[in-house]
Design a binder for this molecule. Sequence first.
Ligand code: NAD
Length: 311
Amino acid sequence: MSARILDGREIARDIRADTALRVAELTAKAGIVPHLVVILVGGNPASRVYVENKIRACAEVGIRSTLVTLDPGIAAQDLIAEIERLNRSPDVHGILVQLPLPPHHDIQAVLRAISVHKDVDGFHLYNVGGLVVGRTIFSPCTPYGVMRMLDHAGIPVEGRNVTIVGASNIVGKPMALMMMARDATVSVCHAKTRDLAQYTILADILIVAAGVPRLIGAQMVRTGAVVIDVGINRDPQGRLQGDVDFDAVRERASYITPVPGGVGPMTVTMLLVNTVSAAERIAEGGRALMLPEQPDGGPGRLTGRPGADAA
Ligand code: NAD
């Protein structure tokens, strides 16, 4: 068997075309152009490349974007004050703080300062916690992109054994919660897991986000499994590679994602989707309906419908 390739670029192209239509409709009907503000603290070259990619992707679908570059030495309270200013600005719909931040910042405090209504990365404590009860407003972009990929390919999740390798806050854990919300049977593995293969071999859907090149070989994969490789690593020649031994595993799997060109393009695309959803919610008055803001930037009581992007 040779697996079918889940082509993230192609799926992302379809979703971006749909997103561009949503932008055009929102502009025509409500006079709103979705606006994403990206905050970059310092000049980390990798972060700069990521930010430039996001800004380019915004332009592609008609989302307005603004890059706010702040001095790496900016005081913690000044960064938070800048975020609060953007929270209050009615023409800003999405706010993203590019991580990592210089060490003197408390990342959780910074993420909590972003209004949940504008938290298009889905990292605010409310949005993370909302995944537990199925009431999140914005899902984190990478696991959301994986779900959309599976749905696009018509791969069912309900009742499937899903093994996730990697338990980070931005990929593995939210991925597990989204899969549970769809009635999958989920195992989560991490660096301390003993005998990783005994879990991976059970998987109908295997999602790998460990950051370890070639962690998953063919003997660890069940015949016919769907294999999603989130990992992004550079080999000594500087080429990108995932966490899965692609050539070997594709002979076992039914579907597999390549690296590059798999999950990566989906992540940026879901940021665009979340930004448009944020602007649509504001146009529909969803903000007032849903979550009165609390003084600490938290969401307050839940009164309305679940968000448009609940996973
Ligand atoms: P992280 O370092 O925060 O977490 C890695 C997780 O993998 C941890 O839970 C760790 O315990 C686990 N792990 C490490 N070694 C392991 C091993 N040998 N066996 C089992 N588990 C192991 O990383 P992250 O931010 O979650 O990212 C993971 C990978 O995904 C990285 O390669 C990153 O570049 C990539 N990534 C890709 C995208 C994308 O859009 N494609 C987005 C985010 C992250």
